[in-house]
Design a protein around this ligand. Sequence first.
Ligand SMILES: [Zn+2]
Length: 371
Amino acid sequence: MLSAVNAQGEYAVLAGPEAKQLAIRLKAIPHFCPQCRGPVLVKAGNINIPHFAHVSSSCNSFSEPESPRHLAGKADLFQWISKTAKASMEARLPEGRQRPDILTGNIAVEFQCSTISAALFKGRTENYTKRGITPFWIYGGKPIERKGKYIKLTSFQRLFLRYRFPLGFYLLSYCPELKGFTIYEQIIPVTPTLCTAERRFIHIKNMSFPPDAVIKGKHSFSLNDFFDEKRKWLDRQLYFQNNCQHPFFKEIYAAGRNPYLLPEQIGLPVRSSMAIRSHPAEWQFYVWAEWPKRSAAETVRRRIKLGHVKEQPLPLASGRTAEMAANEYETLLQMMGNIRSTDSTSMVDKLHNEASFIQKFGETVVNRLIF
Ligand SMILES: [Zn+2]
């Protein structure tokens, strides 16, 4: 923790360039936890940044030990916000145990480094919203993995995704070592693990609070690459998994079809694809199989319940739902009008059909992704 009170109830916050000198001065004065009133010690060593630590660990407001990264990030973010707004470190909310890292106005800043469950993330978010406080989550975990021209987002990292026009899905992360933010924007899933994204680094000195949405130029999404990645995804599924058990492949084989030769319109990217963790080929295949008996949204919800399709919780973009993705897909199909819906006869035929699909509908599909 970076804040504590003395016997007179005066607050001390260890952040900023003078934090170390302050910490050394405060060492001789007894300090207490603002929450549990238990005694705390000043720690001002050479490894971690100066901070306070409970003498005994019976406090349930602070989960200690906090990682050096969390402490450093919190100190930086506090300094950053304090330049333009009034901020309280580790603020105490009128009721309940939830204690934001930093509170400024009705914004609760949470610099989250350690992985927490989707349920806990969602619970904390709702707790703030209920009180009229806007949670501002900043990702502080391990760097986002890059794979070629794509990024790989873990389930935990996906919880931080927000949606805003015209950025599309975006994610804000802060790195205390680099003293800067990395913004990933226009994030579009290509497979259940890979996404395309535009990436920007902004030094904390050059970032405003609250951050502005910067409108970027055209994104570089390619439907051709998307189709290639779909093929590779199929390769991996069929190689690593016992595909007879997988309901998607089971249904395809039962119908005497080949997963590589399905019509191009089964497995297209749509704006809210992020809300579904399964590949679009899977859930769109089910949509086709059940059409017109069920609407796309009904099919997707039913398949989620059956465990055939995996939903991605998006607590910070709750307007973007699996049903919305299904509806977008339905609209896209309507826009494309009557198109061939028979399978290709061979891989050569398939590649040819894909090329003519991209030529005819590529722009329609890609232009509807974000803008
Ligand atoms: Zn305490």
